[in-house]
Design a protein around this ligand. Structure first.
Ligand code: GTP
Ligand code: MG
Length: 176
């Protein structure tokens, strides 16, 4: 029988990227601290957060979440932060078409810097959406751009936040 002393611990570096203001920092704060703020403060360069998951009776998982600034003027410096990540989230704002159009650019950045890591797509601010996204369109978009899957999320109302983290970790574990 495993006791605490025998628990395995995995530490995974996860990138969170996407256009300015799409809700990356808010998503992470909801995931880690269960809080939400309406006030927008742009991330400068990069921020960090740690999420511990009691995965199963034998496994602890610690996610190092790297919250990358969306602002273009930080673009050149932030690529260096991608190194050694084992998973990523690309976030867009469901109410701003332009942030979805920018998703392939963020995905290419990941693919240019890392060797085929699992990446999940998050359609954030779904609490503001007038109608759900077209599932067939999103599935095709994921296929074409090499995402493992997508979720409609709300950092505000805590919708699919744990679920998308769990989904990404499952894919990371399947590769170990
Ligand atoms: P950068 O750091 O500039 O790249 O932005 P970001 O992607 O980290 O965005 P941030 O989390 O700072 O959120 C931007 C604004 O959107 C803030 O005013 C948040 O309160 C708001 N916001 C984020 N997520 C949600 C959400 O799920 N629903 C709603 N209604 N507002 C959200
Ligand atoms: Mg931010």
């Amino acid at each position: 029988m495993a006791d605490d002393g025998e628990r395995e611990e995995h530490v995974y570096k996860i990138l969170v990227v996407g256009e300015q203001g799409c809700g990356k920092t808010s998503f992470i704060h909801q995931y880690v601290n269960h809080t939400f703020s309406k006030t927008y403060r742009a991330t400068i360069g990069v921020d960090f957060a740690l999420k511990s998951l009691n995965w199963d009776s034998k496994t602890n998982i610690r996610l190092q979440l790297w919250d990358i600034a969306g602002q273009e003027r930080f673009g050149h410096m932030t690529r260096v932060y991608y190194k050694e990540a084992v998973g990523a989230m690309v976030v867009f704002d469901i109410t701003k078409e332009k942030t979805l159009q920018a998703v392939p650019k963020w995905k290419n950045d990941i693919d240019d810097n890392l060797d085929n890591i699992p990446v999940v797509l998050l359609a954030n601010k779904c609490d503001l959406a007038e109608q759900p996204l077209d599932k067939a369109y999103m599935e095709q978009f994921c296929k074409e751009n090499g995402f493992i899957g997508w979720f409609e999320t709300s950092a505000k109302d805590n919708i699919n936040v744990d679920e998308s983290g769990h989904y990404l970790v499952e894919h990371i574990l399947n590769r170990d």
